[in-house]
Each structure stands twice: as structure tokens, then as C-alpha cells.
Design a protein around this ligand. Structure first.
Ligand SMILES: Cc1cc2nc3c(=O)[nH]c(=O)nc-3n(C[C@H](O)[C@H](O)[C@H](O)COP(=O)(O)OP(=O)(O)OC[C@H]3O[C@@H](n4cnc5c(N)ncnc54)[C@H](O)[C@@H]3O)c2cc1C
Length: 330
């Protein structure tokens, strides 16, 4: 479908702000990523539902982006529509320890809100950038706990052809280490969280500050990255293995393995997505050769030839299970 025709159809359906042929480097924390056909910012769930229905009818692939803090997009970009959740900013305090927000609300805002009210549950996310929708999909967290501690349910717009808004209880999402079983192509539009009031004054605030400080002390700051590159293998830490292999500081163009935390791959300035992806693969190979461990990616990659397409991408049925541009479908 031609870009003008796509623009016309999107305008007519009133699906929110449309930015044609937008470069995704502007939307990823890593600061890399080529263009998409259009980036759309639905302002509410009704617009999100209309958008997904329309993309299904037009047979245009789509993917969702929150804060882009866990995403590595190729230099070629994404041959489809990117749905940005950043205009979904609804905020409802539904009870003394309950909150319902739009998927685009910053996780840090919720963490601060809960700490200020001495409500426990999300201290483990202090210092984790990105949106609450993205945190729910990734089951974000760390040593201090993850979002599963507070996530009660999500409102999800299902993928074509049956596009509906449904409520999914957290139990049904099978929240596990940095993963959920959100059905492919579904978009979280709203999140409901429940917190536990603490008796001891300022207890949540102190734990939040402690978790934040621990992150600041162990993770690189003030430099572009996409969080942890690899998942921790059972019983070990990816960072420890990479460091033990002597790979801290390794470079490819302007991409570098962090000297501070070996599981962070950094964009030191003008790295391309290809530099970053190549470096990640070199690390994976070296770790395999030296330790026998096959590291799996935690960072979500989009638009790289041989990488599996993330579950959050929806593709029209006719294009399924073959290559689209530079994307291979799992
Ligand atoms: C410096 C730094 C430190 C980090 N530290 C941590 C950490 O300690 N612990 C941790 O768990 N993570 C960490 N991360 C990774 C990242 O911040 C989290 O995973 C975050 O919750 C992702 O949210 P996001 O909105 O940026 O998601 P994005 O990066 O935008 O998206 C991530 C995935 O979720 C999908 N997605 C996003 N929003 C939705 C939605 N509403 N509906 C459906 N799919 C959606 C995307 O398609 C993609 O597949 C870190 C990242 C950085 C850059």
C-alpha cells in the first residue's frame, strides 16, 4: 500500500497523531533504528482499537512501542506501522492502594507515586526506564522484585481479525523471568496495579531509594543502551560470564560493551544498529566458545534478518512465516 493511501486511511479513521516515515532512532533509548511506514499515537483505547482494526483490514504489519528502552531496531527500520503508547496517559486512583493507568505512563512516575504514599509493590522497578505497558510485557524488575508483585490485570486490544478490548488477569499472563505470554500482536492499553500499605513510616521510600541507588551504582548511566543485552542463564549471570571472558570494553564501531556492567551494550555516540547487533553476536560467540553457554537475547530486536520477529509484531496472514524485507518470521 502506498504511503499516501495509508495516510489517507489513517486520517479518515481518526486514530490519533500520525507521523509518516518516521525514523525510529528518535523513539529508542539506544538512539538507533531506521524508518517505519508511519508512527501513530492513539490518544485512547477506542482509537487504538480502530487503528488495529484498520491495519488488519489494510493488511499492514504493526508493532507497539512504549519508551523504546528495551528495543534495538535495525538501520533498515520496520516495514509497517509503529503504534506508540505515549499518548495513553490516563491516570485513575481507583482505591486506597489501587491504580489504573494508560499503558504509556512512565513507570518512574508510578514508582514515585507509590513511594510517596508508602504503598509497597513496585520498589523493584525504581530506576527502570520506560512505560508501564512495556514493563508489563517484559515483566520488568530485578533483585528487588518485578512488576508481577503489583500487576493485577491489563486491558488488551487483541490482534486482527477479531479486534476487541479484553481484560486479562495477571495470572493468565504467566509472568515469568522477563517474559509474559501476551498473545501475539496484542497491545496493552491500560494497566491495573494493586499495592500493599506499609505500617512503618517511609519504609517504601527508603527501599525505593536503596533500589535506585543500587541500580545507579551497578548500571552505566548517562549513556545510550537498551538495558540488559542477554537473559541470565539458569544459576548464573550473563554479565559475570561476559566479564569472565574478558569482553568488557570490546568495541565495534561506536558500540561498546560497558566497562561497568558487561551485560550492557552501549551506543557511545554515533553507533549504527548494525554495529550494535554485530558486537552482540561477537560477544555471544566468544562466550559460547570460552564457556559453552549459549546466551539468549533479553533485548527485543526488530528488523534484523535472522532474528525471530517479536511476539508484539502483527503480520498480515499472507506474509506470515517468510521474510518480509529484512525480517524473518519465527
Ligand atoms: C539504562 C537501562 C536500565 C534498565 N534496567 C532494567 C532493569 O533493571 N530491569 C528490567 O527489567 N529492565 C531494565 N531495562 C529494560 C527496560 O527499561 C524495561 O524492560 C522496560 O520496562 C521496557 O519498557 P518500554 O516501555 O521502554 O518498552 P519498549 O522498549 O518500548 O518495548 C519492549 C517490548 O514490549 C513491547 N511493548 C511495549 N509496550 C507495549 C504495549 N503497551 N503493549 C504490547 N507490547 C508492548 C514492544 O513491542 C517490545 O517488544 C533497562 C533499560 C535501560 C535503558
Amino acid at each position: 500500500m502506498r504511503i499516501r493511501a495509508l495516510d489517507g486511511a489513517l486520517q479518515k479513521a481518526r486514530v490519533g497523531e500520525i507521523r509518516l516515515e518516521e525514523r525510529l532512532a528518535h523513539y529508542t533509548y539506544m538512539g538507533v533504528g531506521g524508518p517505519c511506514r508511519a508512527l501513530v499515537r492513539p490518544p485512547d483505547l477506542a482509537s487504538l482499537e480502530r487503528l488495529i482494526m484498520l491495519l488488519g483490514e489494510l493488511e499492514v504489519a504493526y508493532v507497539t512501542i512504549g519508551g523504546g528502552t528495551n528495543l534495538l531496531v535495525s538501520d533498515e527500520g520496520f516495514d509497517g506501522v509503529v503504534i506508540s503508547t505515549d499518548a495513553l496517559q490516563e491516570w485513575d486512583e481507583t482505591g486506597p492502594g489501587s491504580l489504573r493507568t494508560g499503558a504509556g505512563v512512565a513507570t518512574s512516575r508510578i514508582v514515585r507515586w507509590a513511594a510517596g504514599r508508602n504503598l509497597s509493590g513496585l520498589e523493584g522497578l525504581a530506576g527502570v526506564p520506560g512505560s508501564i505497558g512495556g514493563a508489563s510485557v517484559m515483566n520488568a524488575g530485578g533483585a528487588w522484585g518485578d512488576i508481577s508483585n503489583s500487576l493485577e490485570r491489563v486491558e488488551v486490544v487483541t490482534s486482527p481479525p477479531e479486534v476487541h478490548t479484553v481484560t486479562v488477569e495477571a495470572d493468565a499472563l504467566n509472568l515469568a523471568y522477563r517474559s509474559t505470554s501476551l498473545p501475539a500482536g496484542s497491545v496493552i492499553g491500560r494497566v491495573e496495579l494493586g499495592f500493599t500499605p506499609e505500617k512503618e513510616p517511609h519504609a517504601v521510600e527508603s527501599r525505593t531509594v536503596e533500589a535506585m541507588e543500587q541500580r545507579l551504582n551497578t548500571q552505566p548511566k548517562g549513556v545510550r543502551s537498551a538495558g540488559s543485552t542477554f537473559r541470565n542463564p539458569p544459576g548464573d549471570a550473563a554479565g559475570r560470564l561476559i566479564e569472565a571472558c574478558g569482553l568488557k570494553g570490546m568495541r565495534e564501531g561506536a558500540a561498546q560493551i560497558s566497562e561497568k556492567h558487561a551485560n550492557f551494550t552501549l551506543n557511545m555516540g554515533n553507533a549504527t544498529a548494525t554495529d550494535i547487533r554485530t558486537l552482540i553476536e561477537r560477544v555471544r560467540e566468544q562466550v559460547k566458545i570460552k564457556t559453552g553457554v549459549s546466551l539468549e537475547l533479553e533485548v527485543v530486536t526488530l528488523g534484523f534478518g535472522d532474528d525471530p520477529v517479536p511476539r508484539t509484531v502483527w503480520m498480515p496472514p499472507a506474509t506470515g512465516r517468510r521474510k518480509i524485507g529484512r525480517m524473518a518470521v519465527q
